[in-house]
Ligand binder design. Structure first.
Ligand code: SAH
Length: 673
């Protein structure tokens, strides 16, 4: 079956009807899912296996039959581990139908069909009894329902229900317990993801400072978790203000309560500073003794050298509602509030116990200033990037005259404010400020002369940035918008940026390649069915696609020089014909060509460019530094990722890249020579 879905094309802005196969969402789910990453997570798998072994043994030692309930079985992995460890029977519950089907196949292929029953239901729908899904309650509860925030995927309500209806009292649980840790830090870099810092503008008549309104200053932000690869955050980017403390833990072998609650700890700052951020991660003990521990602790906490890279579990950054000065040795209280699915934090100065208890509010933070709804965390970071702002200011100063009539096309941009402070008298903004800046609530193609008070635009500016952009070139929407407003521009209009270019480089990833690499076998179990399923879903759309990744979180080294592959001249309108290019890049370093990275650079003025991708190649090893506020496009070379061979390294990569100006899509093809 095919269905038609309406959407605004992210690049051209045109409304279009896409014919989508009804399976599209499901293929996206599989293709972009974290199943492969979980199966590659050796540390996790080994510890689950040890924990399951130990739990089955304890039950057997008591002379009982080992009946396992595996909630969220996915590939069936944990049930197969249990069956191998001697469990008498496993009920493997999986709500997502394509995965339940895959689990049936994988269980069958590995010869466990008489020991494992796959049930395609949400665990809360599972029935127990002679005619039920399960014959009896289980005495071993195995799950892996955790996200980076631990509870964000609904582990708590699932456990609460399972203890009430699906498992015996005193059951064994793998994992046995989870513990959430926190550390208080000051970090200008991370704080810049949540608050708009004052912007300094050197204007002709002196320095002006743009400050955010007080409602923004005092806004608690949005409740969504900020999960990052904290191990990529250099220690110079934050100051530790407290030791690591245990915030709360959950014993999964006892009844679990999911209802909203809070936990409070006392902290003694080890350093004076501004408390801004709570860094948090968790660990799980697979057995009651705590001997089998799997931890997400970041590099400065974890002493082991055996470091496991994983993308399905990272670390959390929580923003305190306001920054609080703390003094070394002067105790403070940190409160973690949680509902069924998320956690948030607040800090209070140590006062009387009773007083503190009284003012714990358990409501989750809600953005009151709108800015946190308009700008996501990387966007806040981008707007707070002083270097970047300086480049825009210098460029604006070059093009603005006192009689300029300016139009800005970009989402939630500060350019009009900057231009205003730089002396531009007339400013229009196609989207929100006082009488000097007029906000036009119209799409560019619907702009009329009356919107512009019958004036012609002499300076057209954009960052460009649009919230609808997922891939770097989606911001070419600026070019389409520029084309749509052509009739309102003066004949000698200045466009800033004047042009953009698409750049490409071949890289070897330290770890990111794992998310697209097949598993084959996992702890001795054949999971190739899953590999095939992912491959099939990745190939579901005939042409392979590049995918967005914030590469500052995923180290790689460059194997080729960066290459400019396409240019887009914003001084002219979008051409009718396609823009294509072909060529080859030489590989300069030894390494596995895992893929090509693509990004956009914007040429603001003759000698001022902004890169949304590569900032620099930091050393002779080819380690790359990426723009920390943007996602880059990654095109994985599946043939390299799928092969084990290291020999026969290619010497060059040829590319063919085509920008279809009608659809705004970029198609690409690469060959390794
Ligand atoms: N156990 C597998 C897969 C873990 S991923 C492994 O460790 O490799 C978690 C899976 O649980 C997902 O497939 C999700 O669809 C499923 N799931 C989450 N909550 C569930 C619930 N309450 N009932 C049934 N399935 C659930």
């Amino acid at each position: 079956m095919k269905t038609f879905c309406g959407r605004a094309n992210p690049t051209t802005g045109a409304m279009e009807w896409l014919e989508e196969d009804e399976n599209y969402d499901y293929h996206q789910e599989i293709a972009r899912s974290r199943y492969a990453d979980m199966l590659h997570d050796k540390d996790r798998n080994v510890k689950y296996y040890q924990g399951i072994h130990a739990a089955v043994s304890r039950v057997k030692e008591r002379g009982e039959k080992a009946i396992v309930l595996d909630i969220g079985t996915g590939t069936g992995l944990l049930s197969m581990m249990a069956a191998s460890a001697g469990a008498d029977f496993c009920y493997a519950i999986e709500v997502f139908k394509p995965m339940a089907n895959a689990a049936v196949k994988i269980v069958e292929k590995n010869g466990f069909h008489d020991k494992i029953k796959v049930i395609n239901k949400h665990s809360t729908e599972v029935t127990v009894g002679p005619d039920g899904d399960m014959q009896c309650r289980a005495n071993i509860l195995v799950t892996e329902l955790f996200d980076t925030e631990l509870i964000g995927e609904g582990a708590l309500p699932t456990y609460e229900h399972a203890h009430k209806y699906l498992v015996q009292e005193g059951c064994e649980a793998v994992p046995h317990r989870a513990t959430v840790y926190v550390q208080l830090v000051e970090s200008k870099r991370m704080w810049s993801w949540n608050k708009l810092f004052p912007v300094h503008v050197e204007a002709e008549d002196g320095e002006k400072i743009i400050v955010s309104p007080s409602e923004m200053e005092n806004c608690p932000g949005v409740p969504s978790v900020c999960d990052i690869q904290l191990n990529q955050m250099p220690s110079s980017d934050f100051t530790i203000l407290s030791d690591v403390v245990t915030m709360f833990s959950v014993d999964f072998s006892k009844p679990v309560r999911s209802a909203s609650t809070y936990y409070k700890v006392q902290l003694e700052p080890v350093k004076s500073g501004k408390a801004q951020i709570v860094l948090s991660w968790w660990d799980i003990d697979m057995d009651p003794s705590g001997m089998i521990n799997c931890t997400m602790a970041p590099y400065w906490v974890k002493s082991t050298s055996a470091f496991q890279w994983r993308d399905h579990w990272m670390q959390c950054v929580y923003f305190l509602p306001n920054e609080e000065p703390v003094l070394q040795g002067e105790k403070v209280y940190l409160t973690a509030c949680r509902d069924e699915y998320s956690v948030w934090y607040k800090l209070q100065k140590a006062r009387g116990e009773e007083e503190n208890k009284a003012d714990v509010h358990v409501e989750s933070p809600v953005c009151r200033c709108q800015a946190h709804l308009l700008w996501n965390r990387p966007r806040f970071g981008e707007l707070n990037d002083e270097n970047r702002t300086r480049q825009y200011i210098t460029s604006l100063m070059k093009v603005l005259k006192t009689d300029s009539v300016c139009l800005c096309i970009s989402d939630g941009s500060l350019l009009p404010v900057l231009a205003h402070y730089l002396g531009a008298k007339q400013f229009f903004k196609a989207n929100h400020l006082e009488d000097k800046i007029k906000i036009i609530e119209a799409r560019p193609e619907l702009l009329t002369s009356s919107h512009l008070e019958d004036k012609k635009i002499s300076v057209l500016v954009g960052e460009p940035f649009f919230t609808t952009s997922l891939l770097p070139w989606h911001n070419l929407y600026f070019w389409y918008a520029r084309t749509a407003v052509t009739s309102h521009l003066t004949s000698n209009v200045t466009v800033l940026p004047q042009s953009a270019s698409l750049h490409m480089m071949i890289v070897e990833f330290q770890d990111l390649w794992r998310i697209r690499s097949p598993c084959g076998t996992c702890e001795g179990f054949d999971v190739q069915t899953m590999d095939d399923m992912i491959k099939n879903s990745l190939n579901f759309r005939e042409s392979k696609e590049a995918e967005p990744h914030p590469l500052w979180e995923y180290p790689c080294k460059s194997l080729s020089n960066p290459q400019e592959v396409l240019t887009f001249d914003f001084r002219k309108t979008v051409p009718q014909h396609c823009l294509s290019t072909e060529g080859s890049v030489n590989l300069l370093r030894k390494g596995k060509s895992h893929g090509a990275v693509l990004w956009m650079e914007y040429h603001l003025a003759a000698d001022i460019s902004i890169s949304t991708g590569l900032m620099q190649i930091s050393n002779e090893k080819g380690n790359c530094e990426w723009n920390p506020h943007c996602k880059q496009a990654v095109y994985f070379f599946s043939s390299v990722i799928e092969s084990e061979a290291v020999s026969g390294l290619p010497s060059a990569v040829t590319y063919a890249i085509n920008f279809n100006t009608k659809t705004g899509e970029i198609a690409m093809d690469f060959k390794l020579l």
